[in-house]
Each structure stands twice: as C-alpha cells, then as structure tokens.
Design a binder for this molecule. Structure first.
Ligand SMILES: Nc1nc2c(c(=O)[nH]1)N[C@H]1C(S)=C(S)[C@@H](COP(=O)(O)OP(=O)(O)OC[C@H]3O[C@@H](n4cnc5c(=O)[nH]c(N)nc54)[C@H](O)[C@@H]3O)O[C@H]1N2
Ligand SMILES: Nc1nc2c(c(=O)[nH]1)N[C@H]1C(S)=C(S)[C@@H](COP(=O)(O)OP(=O)(O)OC[C@H]3O[C@@H](n4cnc5c(=O)[nH]c(N)nc54)[C@H](O)[C@@H]3O)O[C@H]1N2
Ligand code: SF4
Ligand SMILES: [Mo]
Length: 718
C-alpha cells in the first residue's frame, strides 16, 4: 500500500455539499467516508457519497469522445470530435441563424465548476433564444417569487435549521433527498436537533414519507393544492390580527394588496380543496405567529405544480407577515464567499424579454420552459430548432411527455452532448464529449454555498492528474463556445479573455491557481464579501472554512427598485383569480405524484451496483382503498394512462400515500437500444415522465407540472 493516500473533497452528487475523506490507491478510490473534520458536514455521508469510488470508476463511464457513424457510436480522438461538431453546427448556424440551435443544461451543471463558469460564455456565443434547463422541471417558481419579492431570482432565503423552534415544511423529503434550496449536510440530523431542543417540525405531503414519519406532525394534502392551505394561513393572519412585521416594518410594501388577495381564501373555504381541516389551518397560523423562531420552507412539491409560483410566493409571504424573515431561527439569506454584499436596491426582476416561437411562453431568467422544447423541434418554420446541445442533462427521462421529446430528438439534423454516459438522451447525439470524472476536476459549489444554512466555503482541487490529451470540462465548453461564435481563436484565448474580464470587473491585476477555473474562482473569492478570502486560503483548509451562522441581511440584500420587499407584482392578481376559480374543481379522480429514494440521483446513478441492489424501487404506490376498488393487489401490473401517454407499472399497495394519489419515482426507464449502461439496463424501471403532460405549465415561471397528474389505472391481467 505504498501508494495509498488520503484526499479530502466535496461530494459532487447532491446539494448537501458534504466533505468526503477518500482513500486512494494510485488513481483509484478504495474507500470513501464522511470527513469528520469538515466544518459543515462533520463526518456525515449518505450511501451515494459512500459509493463515490464505484460511481467514479464505473466501467460504462465514457473516457473518450464518441461519434455516430452508420447509426453506431464509435470512439474518436478529441480533435476529430470537435471537428465533427463544427461540421454539424456551423452550417445550421450559418443557414438558419442562432435560434435554430437549442441548448439544454441539466442538473449537474450546478455541481461542476464548468457549469458555474463556462455555461454563460457558451450561451452568449450561441446567441440563441432557445436555452432550456432542468430549472423549469424544478425550482423556477422559487426564482420567480424571489425575484419579485427581493429583486433578484438568486436571492433565496433558506430555513435557519440550526436555530429554529418551529419548521413548517411543504413538499420536501430531505430524509431521501438530503435537502434542496437549503444546503444542509445531515439535514435529517438537523431536524432531529430541532426536536431535541424542544422545538418541532410539521410536514405537509401527500405521502407519509420518511421525513413525515419523523415529524411531530404530518398533514396529508391533495397534490397541487398547497396554495390553498397557505392562503388559508395568510387569511387567518389578517383576520385574527396576527400580522406582525416587526423588524421588517420599514422594508415591506404591498401588505394591503396581500390582505385583499387573501380575502377569498378563508380556512373554511379552502379546507375541502386541500384536504387540511380548517381548524388546523387556523391554528397553524396562530402557532407560526406566536413562535419566537419559526420558518416556512417549501420545496419541489410546492414548485412542480400548477400554481408553483403562487405557492412559492406564499411561503415567503407568511415568513414576512410573521416577521420571521431575516431573523435568526426564521428564514435567512446566506452570504457565500465568492459573492459580494449588495447595495439595498437595484433594477428589480422581470420576465418575458422574449417569447417562445410556438407557444409564446415568456422567457424567465434567460431561458424558456423545457416543456415546450419538443414544440420548437417539431414545428416547421424559419426558426425551427434543428440542432441541439445538451450539457449534463437527460431530458428524455426528466422532462414532461418525454416520449414525445424522445421522438423529436430522433428527427434533429445534429446533436452534441457533453456527458459521461451514453444514456436515453445522449444516444441521439451525433457527438458525445465526455468530461473527466470528478477526481480529475476541481470542485467549488457556486450555487449551493449561496444556499447553505450556515456560511462556509470549501474548495477541492483535482485529486488525480488529467488524462493526457483529454480536455477539462471547462475546455470542452470553451471549445463549443468558440465553434458557436464562428470566430477564429483557441481555447486558451477564451480562458485568457474570461480571466482578463473577471480581473477587470474585480479591479485586480492577477490571480493565483493552476487552472482557468481555479484562477476565476480566486478572483471571485478575493473580490467577495469576506476579508482575506482566496483560493490559497481554501487550499490550505481542506476541511473547509467556517464563516459563521447566517446574519441578517436586510436591507443590503434587496435589489428591488423600491429597496423594500415588494409583496405585490404584475400578474399576481390574475393568478390569484385563477386559483380562486379552481377552488370548486372536481377532485375525485386519481392523480400521480413522484418520489425520490436515498440511493438515487435523478436518472443517472442507477448504473452503480451498490445503489440499485435490492428490491425494485420503481413501483406504483397506491392506497389500499383505491387498490381494492380497482381490484389490484401488491405485485400486480397495472396500466397507467394520462393525456400524454401510458405505461405498465408494478403495483405496491401502501397506506403511506393518501387515497386518490398514486406515486411513481422519476429517472427510470433504462435499457433502451443504443444506450451503454449495463447495470441500469438490468434494473430498467419505467419512465414516469411518459405520463406527465407538457401542455400545462405554471404560467408565471413556465415550470412543468410534474405532480398532481390526472391518471387512469387498470389492472393488467395475464
Ligand atoms: N416526474 C418528475 N420528473 C422530474 C423530477 C421529479 O421530481 N419528477 N425532478 C426534476 C428535477 S428536480 C431535476 S433537477 C431534473 C434533472 O434533470 P436532468 O438534469 O435532465 O437529468 P439528470 O438525471 O440529473 O441527468 C444528469 C445528466 O448529467 C450527466 N452527468 C453527470 N455528471 C456530470 C458531469 O460532471 N458533467 C457532465 N457534463 N455531465 C454529467 C449524467 O450522465 C446525466 O446524463 O429532473 C426533473 N424531472
Ligand atoms: N436521493 C436523492 N436525492 C436527491 C435527488 C434524487 O433524485 N435522489 N434529486 C436532487 C434534486 S435535483 C432535487 S431538486 C432535490 C429535491 O428535494 P426534495 O424537494 O426534498 O424532493 P423530494 O424527495 O422529491 O420531495 C418532494 C416531496 O413533495 C411531495 N409532494 C408531491 N406533490 C406535492 C404537493 O402538491 N404538495 C406537497 N406539499 N407535497 C408534494 C412528494 O410526495 C415528496 O415527498 O433532491 C435532490 N436530492
Ligand atoms: S448527502 Fe449528498 S453531498 Fe452528502 S454524501 Fe450524500 S450525495 Fe454526497
Ligand atoms: Mo432538481
């Protein structure tokens, strides 16, 4: 074991940003455990982090680029692969213009430095209106509500988990997901600590999840109806004289407008629609108002629904009206080391700078809803999408009506994917450019350190040298940007230009670091909010640098034109009217929701044997009463049909889902021809997004509706 060594690095798999302690034998990870000295995760690790070695060494992971020749993907040299990209993309750009090329950015872009640093130049070089990302199947409603409330879509408050006494949590299952839009290593441990110090947490979810089972109270809710429950709480706050802005008093506008909007949503009026007793809605309002330290936190179950933006807005409206926003133990704004403090005012937030060609859906945060990607590919016209670039995404499994998208991708003129796997999406690509594995990349969480429940910073340098001749992921994106720009130049020149611009903005003259990404990070850290912060400081502290508990940031953090929290915004009244109109909608049919499992990560970690072993997890959960009525027994196969499509799924009868609700996890549906993921193919499951419907979106954010999908279910005999 002469070559055995230890390396510390941040786990790149989920938002919890845990520190890992890796044991390496030469270039191979032989063990991965939690880094006990890590300033934020203190040794916590989940099964995914613990299989870091297996995931990283997966024999199906691509190490060299692939080009499709005669319908087969064959390995080629990097130069040849980029030449093939230029041959595919340039004629389309030159003939049809920039909008004929669409870009899809998948979830791991928020886990890579390339995603944080080199996506922007790629988007700029392309100049296309057709930018799509996993954000519109995830958190876009939260960006939009935060944009209107606080002036910037990235100004998102997180629950101050370590100091709160009462947490109302809707549509989140951190026992499986490890948390989201609230970076909290060992989220479950932090929730148990609330209970240990005499506080409590309440979970609102159509399933009795593991999180709900640990909660002090679990309230079942009809999928997609959280806005009613939350408006019922807001109504009570006004009706019972509980509104108390406290320290926020000078910084809030629009309180009267909210009171008016809430008028039609008395608890007695909304109770039937959402399924939460009126009395409990009222008492929740009183408990939140009375608590010294309380927080409302909503996650994906409040976003991927029909009224996603309204629901996300209501979450923070309650935090504001009860005076719990920007206070210890409430919801607070993190301050990441690479970011600067604000000036307390700004241009504010707006959407709709352009619209999608086919459905006229508004741009939000520089992108269009992925729910309309297939429309743009299929619909003829001068600006029809003919070429497609994916970076770290698998939309064929992760976006609504993915059966239709799968067919649309087959008809493209050209497609290139930056991805380490030949999977359900990248099998359509003419060129696949695999980035190096995580050991060969530096890691800094540009996104998640700005969402952490305690301020800290950590950087992990590459642990293993790059393969000779293989570009870094930053180089790959820079190269694509160069091709898209159509200008002569080299990748090195792209890096140098970016560095020069960053130095200029920061008023600095030089940066330290041994790669383009490290130098850009160094500039950001040295220009950031904390004295003495730099790349060198983080390199000297492999277990991270603790920057203390969250601090109040209002008014400095606000970027609204008024310099206040603006509760009312354009479109709010119309959306509230739509919500009111839906109050008496019949709710007797079955609706589909998703679920996550601790040993999954969306679609892409099902190729790790240790993570897929054991019982089939891709089951259709159904309540015993519904199963009886439909004559279904545990283990039967059932046909599930929606407006978008149909599939056959294995039934699991369980009273953990509420009557009227069925649940199927997303990210499955492997083993299709042309893919190269042998383990996943042995555990294929079915693709739940065959059933989700691309024709309805949350109108304010363009986010897909992935929960509360009307379905019909029939026993499959034979
Ligand atoms: N029905 C339903 N659908 C959902 C959801 C749901 O709850 N229900 N959840 C949604 C959510 S929250 C999300 S975020 C999306 C995710 O949607 P996507 O981002 O489209 O899908 P992932 O499964 O995360 O796929 C990630 C891809 O990145 C590749 N990859 C992994 N690491 C790297 C890397 O370092 N570099 C590069 N270039 N590629 C890498 C993987 O091989 C894989 O192809 O799915 C959404 N879809
Ligand atoms: N193990 C694992 N961890 C992950 C991921 C993964 O795939 N696997 N994905 C990562 C990603 S990309 C993300 S975005 C995060 C997501 O993190 P979370 O938001 O915690 O995601 P989920 O575990 O899907 O929990 C969402 C919960 O919402 C409930 N729900 C569904 N519809 C409704 C509704 O209408 N109202 C309410 N109140 N609840 C509803 C579901 O039953 C579910 O329990 O997880 C991340 N972490
Ligand atoms: S919780 Fe997330 S960051 Fe932590 S070890 Fe697991 S996958 Fe990695
Ligand atoms: Mo996500």
């Amino acid at each position: 074991m002469a070559d055995s060594r230890t390396a510390y690095r941040t786990c790149p798999f989920c938002e919890a940003a845990c520190g890992l302690e890796l044991t390496l034998d030469r270039d191979r990870v032989t063990a991965a455990r939690g880094d006990r000295e890590h300033v934020f995760s203190h040794g916590f690790v989940c099964p995914k982090g613990a299989t870091f070695g297996q995931a990283n060494d997966d024999p199906d992971r691509l190490r060299r680029p692939l080009v499709k020749r005669g319908g087969q993907h064959v390995e080629v040299e990097w130069d040849e692969a980029f030449a093939e990209v230029a041959r595919g993309l340039r004629p389309i750009l030159d003939t049809y213009g920039p909008h004929a090329v669409a870009l899809y950015l998948g979830n791991p872009n928020v886990h890579t430095m390339a995603g944080g640093l080199y996506v922007t130049p790629l988007v700029k070089a392309l100049g296309t209106r057709n930018v799509f990302s996993a954000s519109t199947v995830d958190q876009m409603p939260k960006h939009v509500s935060s944009g209107y409330l606080f002036g910037s879509p990235l100004t998102i408050p997180v629950p101050d988990l370590d100091r709160t006494d009462l947490l109302l949590m809707l549509g989140a299952n951190p026992w499986e997901s490890n948390g989201s839009l609230a970076t909290a290593a060992d989220f479950p441990g932090r929730l148990k600590a609330i209970q240990q110090r005499g506080g409590r947490f309440v979970v609102v979810d159509p399933r009795r999840t593991r999180t709900a089972a640990h909660a002090d109270e679990h309230l079942f809710i009809r999928p997609g109806t959280d806005a009613y429950l939350l408006f019922g709480i807001v109504h009570t706050l006004f009706a019972d004289g509980l509104v108390a802005l406290g320290h926020l008093e000078p910084y809030v506008t629009g309180v009267d407008a909210v009171a008016e909007l809430a008028a039609g949503f008395a608890p007695d009026r909304v109770s039937t629609a959402c399924g939460v007793p009126a009395e409990r809605i009222r008492s929740l309002a009183h408990e939140l108002a009375a608590a010294e330290r309380a927080a409302v936190y909503g996650r994906i179950g409040t976003c991927t629904v029909e009224f996603g933006t309204l629901t996300s807005w209501l979450v923070d409206v309650i935090n504001v009206l009860t005076g719990h926003l920007d206070r210890a133990g409430g919801v607070m704004f993190p301050l990441a080391a690479h970011l600067s403090k604000g000036r307390g005012t700004g241009k504010g937030f707006r959407v709709g700078r352009w619209r999608s060609r086919v459905r006229g859906l508004p741009e939000v945060k520089g992108e269009l809803p992925v729910a309309t990607l297939a429309d743009e590919i299929e619909t003829p016209g001068a600006e029809q999408v003919r070429a497609f670039i994916t970076v770290a995404g698998n939309p064929v499994l992760s976006t609504p009506n993915s059966g239709r998208l799968d067919r649309a991708l087959a008809g493209l003129s050209f497609m290139v994917s930056v991805d380490p796997y030949l999977n359900e999406t990248t099998r359509h690509a003419d060129v696949v450019l695999p980035p190096p594995d995580a050991l060969r990349k530096g890691h800094y969480d540009f996104s998640f350190l700005a969402l952490a429940v305690r301020n800290f910073a950590a950087y992990s340098p590459p642990v293993v040298a790059a393969e000779p001749g293989s570009p870094d992921e930053c180089d790959i994106l820079a190269h694509l940007a160069l091709i898209a720009s159509g200008r002569p130049g080299t990748v090195t020149e792209v890096h140098e230009l970016m560095l020069a611009q960053a130095l200029d903005r920061a008023g600095l003259s030089e940066a330290s670091g041994s790669s383009p990404a490290e130098r850009l990070l160094d500039v950001a850290l040295r220009a950031g909010a904390y004295e003495g912060m730099s790349l060198d400081r983080l390199l000297a502290n492999p277990h991270g640098v603790d920057l203390g508990p969250l601090q109040p940031r209002i008014p400095e953090v606000l970027r609204t034109p008024s310099g206040r929290i603006e509760l009312a915004f354009d479109g709010l009244t119309a959306e509230t009217d739509r919500l009111r109109a839906a109050l008496d909608r019949p709710r007797d049919g079955l609706v589909l929701i998703g679920r996550r499992h601790l040993r999954s990560n969306n679609s892409w970690m099902h190729n790790v044997p240790a993570l897929v072993k054991g019982r089939d997890r891709c089951t259709l959960q159904i309540h015993p009463a519904d199963a009886d009525r439909l004559d279904l027994r545990d283990g039967d196969d059932a046909q599930v049909t929606s407006r978008a499509g149909g599939l056959a799924a294995r039934v699991e009868v369980t009273d953990t889902v509420m009557p009227g609700v069925v649940s199927l996890p997303h990210g499955w549906g492997h083993g299709v021809p042309g893919t190269r993921m042998a383990v996943a193919a042995d555990h294929p499951g079915v693709n739940s997004n065959i059933l989700t419907d691309e024709t309805t979106v949350d109108p304010l954010s363009g986010n897909s509706v992935l929960n509360g999908i009307p379905v019909e279910i029939k026993a499959l005999t034979g």
